[in-house]
Design a protein around this ligand. Structure first.
Ligand code: CMC
Length: 426
């Protein structure tokens, strides 16, 4: 193990350099403050590894994303969301009987406490479904007390299964509530994704047939969103969990963070942007706005903190758009606008120099609206899928012997100590 040397106030210090299985080395500065009395300063954690993890690896320069070592493209093409969920939670791909058992366990947790239905009625009909999701998932801790002891591995597993299983039910209920249709109970004869489609689009008045092509595309979209290393919402889940908070509260915190337009809210924002652009002839105007330092507008679905190359999830997503259009025999001029926008942006010096490429959110909105989801549901679907990653990361954190409560420090720039001034003297 080599040391990183630091000279500070004419003294020399050494810090161990740790190597992961792949990826950049990490300077272990845990003793830095104790030895030097100084902190590091890293807003946005651009140079900080907050934990060690065996789950997901990203090489942003090469555009690589691996879950437990398996490339995302191979998982999206050949696996299923349930298999990826098992992989993320347990570390290995399941054997046939393990997958059957896992699917059956998840299926048997899909119903929610009947009283939760009344909880929904407290929301306005026009509430954003992410607001509903955040509230209802947080409320799960009030309904499932028997799986909130984070020190009990069995309870942790039950809570994890409950969250993965109930999220589609809650997401579909949020949708049904917003359109004024009755909630649909889960159908255990269907796949995880088929059941979600039925709970969302089915009505009691007529039978609902799951379209296998849509089911496959949706399942793939879930795989593409399952986990993504220490992103903002995952770090939020870990930070919330580091205090010992129960898993339902932690996932609700993750949902709140995901909602922002710089993160999971970008899929909704990207489709709104494509609609605003409308026709390809208006693209240059929007590209110019995105480049203008005085205009806060950004190309939504473009750029990424880690990827400085094409987001591998966007490649699969673009292919899936064509498959869904073919299966549903539809087309959408916005897809042509998106393709042209990508082409023009990728040949523009601003985007080339800053290495800004389409990310997972650029094409997902086009597919989701073709399937029939309103834009307000897009981030809900992201949250549904990301729950698997959040739960896996939360479990990993709880069992990490190095885990401590997350407590960053600061560079204080406010007033120094001064005497209180009474009201009549101010
Ligand atoms: N359009 C125009 N300029 C951009 C964009 C964009 N989409 N993204 C980054 N830039 C510019 C930015 O203005 C900055 O320029 P300068 O160096 O001259 O100040 C430079 O590129 C670096 O940007 P940054 O904001 O410092 O980079 P970051 O790593 O902090 O932000 C990001 C990453 C994803 C928040 C950002 O690229 C962005 O806002 N993109 C649009 C929103 C989006 O699509 N988000 C989804 C991310 S993928 C899904 C997810 O993880 O949730």
């Amino acid at each position: 193990m080599t040391d990183a040397k630091l000279s500070l106030a004419e003294k020399d210090f050494g810090y161990p350099v740790l190597s992961g299985s792949v990826g950049p080395d990490v300077i272990d500065i845990r003793k830095l403050y104790g030895q030097t009395g100084a902190f590091t300063y890293d807003p946005g954690f651009t140079s900080t590894a907050s934990c060690q993890s065996k789950l997901t690896y990203i090489d942003g320069d090469e555009g690589v994303l691996l879950h437990r070592g398996y490339p995302i493209g191979e998982l999206a093409e050949q696996s299923s969301f349930m298999e990826v969920a098992y992989l993320l939670l347990n570390g290995e791909l399941p054997k046939g009987d393990e997958l059957n058992k896992f699917e059956s366990t998840i299926t048997r947790h899909t119903m929610v406490h009947e009283q939760l239905a009344t909880f929904f009625r407290g929301f306005r009909r026009d509430a954003h479904p992410m607001a509903i999701l955040c509230g209802v998932v947080g409320a799960l801790s009030a309904f499932y007390h028997d799986s909130t002891d984070i020190h009990d591995p069995t309870q942790r597993t039950i809570a994890s299964h409950r969250l993965i299983a109930k999220m589609p039910t809650i997401a579909a209920m949020a949708y049904k509530y917003s359109v004024g249709q009755p909630f649909q109970y889960p159908d255990n004869s269907l796949s995880y994704t088929g059941n979600f489609l039925k709970m969302t689009f089915g009505v009691p008045a007529e039978p609902y047939e799951v379209n296998p092509a849509v089911e496959k595309a949706m399942d793939r979209i879930f795989i593409l969103h399952a986990d993504h290393e220490q992103n903002a919402s995952t770090s939020t889940v870990r930070l919330a969990g580091s205090s010992g908070a129960n898993p339902f509260a932690c996932i609700a915190a993750g949902i709140a963070c995901l909602w922002g337009p710089a993160h999971g809210g970008a899929n909704e924002a990207a489709l709104n942007m494509l609609q605003e652009i409308g026709t390809p002839d208006r693209i240059p105007e929007f590209i110019n706005r995105a480049k203008d330092k005085n205009d806060p507008f950004r190309l939504m679905g473009f750029g990424h903190r880690v990827y400085k190359n094409y987001d591998p999830r966007a490649t699969v997503m673009q292919k899936t758009v064509r498959e869904v259009f073919e299966a549903l025999n539809v087309s959408d001029p916005l897809f042509e606008t998106a393709l042209r926008l990508e082409e023009l942006a990728l040949s523009d010096d601003y985007f080339i120099e800053k290495k800004l490429f389409p990310n997972v959110d650029f094409y997902s909105g086009v597919i989701l609206s073709a399937i029939g989801f309103p834009t307000s549901m897009f981030t809900v679907l992201f949250a549904l899928a990301r729950t698997v990653g959040w739960v896996a990361q939360w479990n990993e954190m709880i069992t990490d012997p190095d885990q401590k409560i997350g407590r960053p420090r600061q560079l204080y720039t406010g007033p120094t100590a001064r005497p209180y001034v009474s009201l009549d003297e101010r």
